[in-house]
Design a binder for this molecule. Structure first.
Ligand SMILES: [Zn+2]
Length: 251
């Protein structure tokens, strides 16, 4: 179960979890596979970028900087919750980390205190960079938090991770000594993990946001408008959904 997903399956998993995905040109083949191994993959790592502005953040993660060439992640999660997929394969996001942490991630057991930087994390983790200044004050809007939870749940679901301990999802700070990300008011890796676990254990539903239609939801979840209407007889007009409304999905 630890072979990396294909690019198509990765994209389908994110969309299927209801993430609003924007595909950046050439993302499928933008990687660092020529520099080292990619996979087996064992978990998902969450970061913040220390940047402001979505365009600049996406560009930085595509190009990299100084002696850290891009891609710097697989996708950037913007403040508005859009998920900009920029690369696929080995990416420069995790660096060297604690082998004991990787063991715990694989076992889905409790995470040990991070005190070593000797294991190649770029090989073993999917990486998401969240647009945030990382100063502890810059807010993480609800839409961005929701997107983090969706993409992490998507990959856990696709790989069958997180059924026991939920330590398949970690922060950079839990991997490499000296890192502080992700950081910000109202967020923590424990709360992200709790939300991902709740999402994975709940019966499948979709919470409507502004602009969503039954057609879009059907496409994202690989089902049909007819099937969704059958499951949700209370929906009269498939083009007029209320924001916050819950739509039952086929299991
Ligand atoms: Zn980081």
């Amino acid at each position: 179960m630890a072979d990396p997903l294909s690019a198509d399956a990765f994209l389908a998993a994110l969309k299927g979890e209801g993430a609003r995905v924007v595909e950046y040109d050439g993302w499928r083949t933008r990687n660092r596979n020529h520099k080292g191994k990619w996979g087996p993959v064992n978990g998902v790592m969450v970061h913040h970028t220390v940047t402001r502005g979505t365009d600049a953040t996406v560009k930085l993660c595509v190009d990299g900087h100084g002696d850290l060439p891009g891609p710097l992640c697989h996708a950037v999660i913007a403040k508005d919750g859009t998920v900009h997929v920029i690369g696929y394969g080995r990416a420069n996001h995790a660096g060297l980390g604690d082998p004991g942490v990787l063991d715990a991630v694989i076992a889905e057991g409790p995470l040990p205190k991070v005190d070593e930087a000797s294991k190649d994390g770029n090989r073993h983790f999917y990486g998401f960079e969240c647009e945030n200044l990382g100063d502890g004050k810059d807010p993480w809007p609800a839409a961005q938090v929701d997107a983090v939870v969706r993409v992490c749940a998507a990959l856990c679901r696709a790989h069958g991770w997180g059924t026991t301990g939920m330590t398949s999802v970690i922060g950079h700070s839990e991997w490499q000594p000296g890192k502080i990300d992700p950081k910000g008011p109202g967020i923590s890796m424990d709360s992200f993990r709790k939300s991902v676990a709740a999402r994975l254990s709940a019966p499948p539903t979709f919470t409507v946001r502004a602009g969503d239609t039954l057609g879009w939801i059907a496409e994202a979840y690989g089902t049909s408008v007819d099937e969704l209407r059958h499951l949700n007889p209370d929906i009269k007009d498939p083009d007029k959904l209320a924001v916050g409304q819950t739509v039952k999905l086929p299991s």
